[in-house]
Design a binder for this molecule. Structure first.
Ligand code: ADP
Ligand code: MG
Length: 646
C-alpha cells in the first residue's frame, strides 16, 4: 500500500448495511443509477450557488454537467460530475459513515429483520443513497476534488469491512464514481449496466427531469454506401430532456415522472401519496410542486430533522431545507418552490423578513390543508394512511397555527368510544351528538385501554355519550387550547362538573334532578366536610359525583387545572409546575361510600376512618393512571387493612 493510503473501518451499522446491499436483497437494483445521478445533480447545484456567492472561488462553472461512461470489456460504469466535490474529511464523514439521522433505529431494525423481504422494506424506508451502488458493484471507487482545493481524494471499497482513502495530488474538479460491476448474469440481460440502451432507458425513466445535461458517449453508425464503408464515430449525446417538472403542465407529466422527481428531491424511496402542483401569477409569481409522502421518515420527531422544501429562483437552485416556506407542523411535506422575483443571492436572514416568502408560505399551507381535506371525501383510504403517518404532527398545528385551526380541526380524526377501530372526525362526532348535548367530550390518557378503564368514563359509557379518546402527548395541549369546534366547546371528562343527568331534559325534569341532588348533598354533608379536612393536603374539595357508576371515587381537575399526564410530561421535560390540587368526587351509590358515611356518623373519632379516607383517595389516583405521592405508605395501609379482613 502506498504511503498515504489509509485503511479505515466502516461503522458497525454501515457494515451491516453494506452487507445487505452486497447480497442485494433489493429487487429494484436499477435504483442505484438514480441515486448517483441525484447526488451529482445536487453537487452541481451546490457549485453553481457557491460560485455565485463567492466570486473568488476558483471554480469553472461554464459547462456544468453529468457524464456517464460505460465500458463493456472492463465491466465498469462511471458517473462523473464537475460539481462541488468533497474534501477528504467530507468523504470520510459522508461516505464512510452512515450519517443519516435515525441510525440507531436502522441498526435495531436491521438486527431484527429476519428475511430478505423485511430488509428490502428497510432499504426502501431509509432511502440509502450512495451505498445502493453495492447492489450492482463489488468494488466502488470515488475520486473527488472539492472546489477551491488543490488536492483530491480517492475512496475505494471492495465490499467488506474496510475502505481505503488516499490523497491525490491532482484530480479533476468534481466527483467521479466508478462501479466495478458484479459478473454479468447471463440469464438476465435486464441487468447489464454496460449496455447503452439500458442506461438510456434508466435515465429516461428515473432522471429525465434532472436540470443538468447528462451526457454519454455513444457510437454513431453511418451505414455503408456504394462508395464508403460503414462509418463509426463516437460522440457525446445528452440523454435527458432536463425540463423542470414543476414548470410543465400537470397533464403532460406522468405519475412515474413525478414519483422519480419526488424521490430525487426528498431523498426518499417511497411513493408520494399525493402530488400537489401549484402556480401563482400576478404580483408574486411562483411555481411549486409539493408532495405528501406515503410513509413518515424515521426522524419526523427528531430535532436535527430537515425541512422538506427546496427553494429555486427562476430555475436556479438556491437552498434545500427551506424552513421559511412551510410551517413546522407540515414538515413532512416535500417539494420545490420556484419564485420568479427573488434575488439570486437571497439569504436565510432575508427570507425570514421577506413579504413574498410569507405570502407563499400562507398559500402553500392552505393548499396542503385543502388537499388533505379533499382526500377525506375523495380518497378516504389515502386520508387514513396520511393521518396514521402524520396525524401527530398535524395536530401540532392546532396549537401553533391559529389562522388555520378551524381547517385543521376539519381534517383531524380521533379514536372514540363510538367505534373500537375506526377513527372519527369532529364533524361526524357532532352529527352523532345526543339531544341536548352541547359539548364535545374527550378524555386523555396513556392508552386507549387506560382511558376506557378510568372511572371518569363510567357514566359517559353507561349513559351512551360518545367520548373522544386522546392518547398522543400533544393532545393534552391542543385540547385545552382549542376553544370549540362548530360552536361546541371541548370538554374533558376529567375536568369541571359534568351534568349528564340534566342533558336533554325539560326544565321540570331538571328541577327534579336538582332537588334529588340537594337532598343527597344534605345526607352527605357531614361526611364531605370531614373528608375535606382529612385530605386537606391532597385535594381542594370533596364533592358528590355525577360521573361515576362503578367506582367509589375519582379525582377531577377544575376547568383550568392540568391533567396528571400533562404534569408528567412537563416534569419529564424538566419544567417544574406548582402542583395543583384537584377535587375528590365520591360516588354516593357505592357501598364503600355509603358504608363510610354510616361509620362516620356512628363514631367520628374512629382512627380507622382516616386510613379509609387515604385509601379511597389513593385508589382514585391509581385508577386514572396517576402516581401516588408516597407509594410505600399506601401499600402499608392497604396491607394492614387486608390483614384485618382475613
Ligand atoms: P443523500 O444524498 O440522501 O444525502 P447519499 O448517500 O446519496 O445521501 O450521499 C451522502 C452524501 O455524500 C451527500 O449528502 C453528499 O454530501 C455527498 N455526496 C455524494 N455524492 C456526491 C457527489 N457526486 N458530489 C459531492 N458530494 C456528494
Ligand atoms: Mg443521494
Amino acid at each position: 500500500m502506498a504511503d498515504n493510503v489509509e485503511e479505515l473501518q466502516f461503522q458497525a451499522e454501515t457494515r451491516q448495511l453494506l452487507d445487505l446491499m452486497i447480497h442485494s436483497v433489493y429487487s429494484n437494483k436499477d435504483s442505484f443509477l438514480r441515486e448517483l445521478v441525484s447526488n451529482a445533480s445536487d453537487a452541481l447545484d451546490k457549485l453553481r450557488l457557491a460560485a455565485f456567492q463567492d466570486k473568488d472561488l476558483d471554480a469553472d462553472t461554464s459547462d456544468l454537467h453529468i457524464e456517464i461512461d460505460i465500458d463493456k470489456d472492463a465491466r465498469t460504469l462511471v458517473v462523473r460530475d464537475n460539481g462541488i466535490g468533497m474534501s477528504r474529511d467530507e468523504v470520510v464523514d459522508l461516505i464512510g459513515t452512515l450519517a443519516k439521522s435515525g441510525t440507531a433505529e436502522l441498526r435495531q431494525k436491521l438486527r431484527d429483520a429476519k428475511d430478505a423481504a423485511a430488509s428490502e422494506e428497510l432499504i426502501g424506508q431509509f432511502g440509502i443513497g450512495f451505498y445502493s451502488t453495492f447492489m450492482v458493484a463489488d468494488t466502488v471507487t470515488l475520486t473527488t476534488r472539492k472546489a477551491g482545493e488543490t488536492t483530491g481524494t480517492r475512496w475505494q471499497s471492495t465490499a467488506g469491512a474496510t475502505y481505503t482513502i488516499e490523497t491525490l495530488d491532482d484530480a479533476p474538479a468534481g466527483t467521479s464514481v466508478t462501479l466495478h460491476l458484479k459478473p454479468a448474469d447471463d440469464e438476465d440481460a435486464l441487468y447489464d449496466y454496460t449496455d447503452e440502451r439500458k442506461i438510456r432507458e434508466l435515465i429516461k425513466k428515473y432522471s429525465d427531469f434532472i436540470a443538468w445535461p447528462i451526457r454519454m458517449e455513444v457510437e454513431k453508425r453511418t451505414p455503408a454506401t456504394d462508395d464508403e464503408p460503414e462509418q463509426v464515430t463516437v460522440e457525446a449525446e445528452t440523454i435527458n430532456s432536463g425540463k423542470a417538472l414543476w414548470a410543465r403542465p400537470r397533464d403532460e407529466v406522468s405519475d412515474d415522472e413525478y414519483k422519480e422527481f419526488y424521490r430525487h428531491i426528498a431523498h426518499a424511496w417511497d411513493d408520494p401519496l399525493e402530488i400537489i402542483p401549484m402556480r401563482a401569477e400576478g404580483t408574486f409569481e411562483y411555481q411549486a410542486l409539493l408532495f405528501i409522502p406515503s410513509a413518515a421518515p424515521f426522524d419526523l420527531f427528531m430535532r436535527e430533522r430537515k425541512a422538506g422544501i427546496s427553494l429555486y429562483v427562476k430555475r436556479v437552485f438556491i437552498m434545500d431545507d427551506c424552513e421559511e416556506l412551510m410551517p413546522e407542523y407540515l414538515r413532512f411535506v416535500k417539494g420545490v418552490v420556484d419564485a420568479q422575483d427573488l434575488s439570486l443571492n437571497v439569504s436565510r436572514e432575508i427570507l425570514q423578513q421577506d413579504r413574498q416568502i410569507r405570502a407563499i408560505r400562507r398559500r402553500l399551507t392552505k393548499k396542503v390543508i385543502s388537499t388533505i381535506k379533499d382526500l377525506t371525501t375523495s380518497a378516504p383510504d389515502k386520508y387514513a394512511t396520511l393521518w396514521g403517518e402524520f396525524g401527530r404532527v398535524l395536530k401540532e398545528g392546532l396549537i401553533s397555527d391559529g389562522d388555520n385551526r378551524d381547517a385543521l380541526l376539519e381534517i383531524s380524526s380521533f379514536a372514540s368510544t363510538h367505534d373500537d377501530e375506526k377513527l372519527t372526525t369532529l364533524r361526524e362526532y357532532v352529527e352523532r351528538m345526543k339531544d341536548g348535548q352541547t359539548q364535545i367530550f374527550y378524555a386523555t390518557g396513556e392508552s386507549r385501554k387506560a382511558i376506557e378503564n378510568s372511572p371518569h368514563l363510567e357514566a359517559f359509557r353507561d349513559k351512551g355519550f360518545e367520548v373522544l379518546l386522546l392518547t398522543d402527548p400533544v393532545d393534552e395541549v391542543w385540547a385545552t387550547s382549542v376553544p370549540e369546534f362548530d360552536g361546541k366547546p371541548l370538554q374533558s371528562i376529567a375536568k369541571g362538573e359534568v351534568d349528564l343527568d340534566e342533558l336533554g331534559k325539560s326544565d321540570d325534569e331538571k328541577k327534579a334532578v336538582e332537588d334529588q341532588r340537594a337532598e343527597r348533598e344534605k345526607d352527605f354533608a357531614d361526611l364531605l366536610a370531614w373528608l375535606k379536612g382529612e385530605l386537606d393536603e391532597q385535594v381542594s374539595d370533596v364533592r358528590l359525583s355525577t360521573r361515576l357508576t362503578e367506582s367509589p371515587a375519582c379525582v377531577v381537575g377544575d376547568s383550568f387545572s392540568i391533567s396528571p399526564q400533562l404534569e408528567k410530561m412537563y416534569r419529564a421535560s424538566g419544567q417544574v409546575l406548582p402542583t395543583s390540587k384537584r377535587i375528590l368526587e365520591l360516588n354516593p351509590e357505592h357501598p364503600l361510600v355509603t358504608g363510610l358515611r354510616t361509620a362516620h356518623a356512628a363514631n367520628a373519632d374512629d382512627p380507622a376512618l382516616g386510613e379509609t379516607a387515604e385509601l379511597i383517595y389513593g385508589m382514585a389516583v391509581l385508577a386514572e393512571g396517576g402516581e401516588l405521592a408516597d407509594p410505600p405508605h399506601f401499600a402499608k395501609l392497604l396491607a394492614n387493612r387486608l390483614t384485618r379482613t382475613l
